[in-house]
Structure formats: structure tokens, C-alpha cells
Design a protein around this ligand. Structure first.
Ligand code: THU
Length: 132
């Protein structure tokens, strides 16, 4: 699947966001090396700290289904479902990515319209702490 199509999947995932507190909906679409796509949205909570980001929702769905080899993830986010700017993954999500992905794992950011931007995980989380 092309990066642009994966961003479309992330936009579709953001429609499911549960964000009554921040009104900031985020969607992610994670693709495995075998070509499967797992979508995720952010899920907030009245107690705030149990909130789960879209990226981690997608990763945990995939990992709990037995997937371990990931190629790329697309992410969109914005207030009230409009994606006026790029939404970069938070530090916690970068750390989760680093647990399961190599430095060359690709993080694709989308926004309204067709423009996309991409980074390697190594660029987003240099000198990371981990098993290796
Ligand atoms: N959020 C994500 O889903 N992913 C990120 O990488 C950054 C933040 C969510 C969490 C919360 O529901 C909302 O965006 C505002 O912080």
C-alpha cells in the first residue's frame, strides 16, 4: 500500500476517536511487513492518565494478534477532526515503536489535502533506550 493510501486509512481511523476532553482526534494506520494494516484511534478517559494514543492502540492491536514485523505507520491528528497541521507522535509512542521496530521503520505524517512528510524512527528517537 502506498504512503498516501495509508494516510487515508489513518484519517478513517481518526473518525473513531473518543476524545470528549481534548477534542483532538488522532488516527493511525500501522502496516506490517506482510502488508496487513491495523488502525487505531486515541481513547481518552475522565481520569486522564488511562488515555491511550492512536499509535499505541494500533500497535497493541497488532501485537495482540501475533504481529511483530512492522514496516510503517501513518498518523493524522487535529482539533475536531480537521488536520490543519502535521501531528508528530508523542514520546511514549516513540518508545513503544522502538520496542518493536528498527531505526529504519517509517513514520508518515498526513494532514488535510494530499501533502505528506516522513521520518525514520531513528530520526524521531535517536539514542533510544532498549533491549539491543
Ligand atoms: N495523542 C495521540 O493519540 N497520539 C500522540 O502521539 C499525541 C497525542 C492524543 C492523546 C489525547 O487523546 C489527545 O491526543 C490530546 O493529547
Amino acid at each position: 500500500m502506498t504512503d498516501k493510501k495509508l494516510v487515508q486509512k489513518a484519517k478513517e481511523a481518526a473518525e473513531k476517536s473518543y476524545c470528549p476532553y481534548s477534542h483532538f482526534s488522532v488516527g493511525a494506520a500501522l502496516m506490517t511487513k506482510s502488508g496487513k494494516v491495523f488502525q487505531g484511534c486515541n481513547i481518552e478517559n475522565a481520569s486522564f492518565s488511562p488515555t491511550c494514543c492512536a499509535e499505541r492502540t494500533a500497535f497493541f492491536k497488532a501485537i495482540s494478534e501475533g504481529e511483530r514485523d512492522f514496516l510503517k505507520i501513518a498518523i493524522v491528528g487535529g482539533i475536531n477532526g480537521s488536520f490543519t497541521d502535521y501531528c508528530t507522535p508523542c514520546g511514549v509512542c516513540r518508545q513503544v515503536m522502538a520496542e518493536f521496530c528498527d531505526r529504519d521503520f517509517t513514520v508518515i505524517l498526513g494532514k488535510d489535502g494530499d501533502e505528506i512528510k516522513s521520518f525514520s524512527l531513528g530520526e524521531l528517537l535517536p539514542h533510544s533506550f532498549g533491549l539491543k
